[in-house]
Design a protein around this ligand. Structure first.
Ligand code: FES
Length: 69
């Protein structure tokens, strides 16, 4: 996942991925350009949509980085 890339490369994003991908935090919120969003490998599952509802500044092209593989 994108969260794995951040963790494995020791990228210092303060607070990013706080729940380590267990879909309980929404700190891995990402906003994609529309063309990128439309070409992501899978659509968000119901659980991701529920957590996205809690994300700060949600957009139509928001996803959770821990769910994008
Ligand atoms: Fe918590 Fe993605 S890391 S929801």
């Amino acid at each position: 996942s994108i969260l794995d890339i951040v963790v494995n490369n020791e990228i210092d994003l303060d607070g990013y991925g706080a729940c380590e991908g267990t879909l309980t935090c929404s700190t891995c919120h990402l906003i994609f350009p529309k063309d990128v969003y439309d070409n992501l490998p899978k659509k968000p599952a119901e659980e991701e949509m529920d957590m996205l509802d809690l994300a700060h500044e949600l957009t139509d092209t928001s996803r959770l980085g821990c769910q994008i593989i």
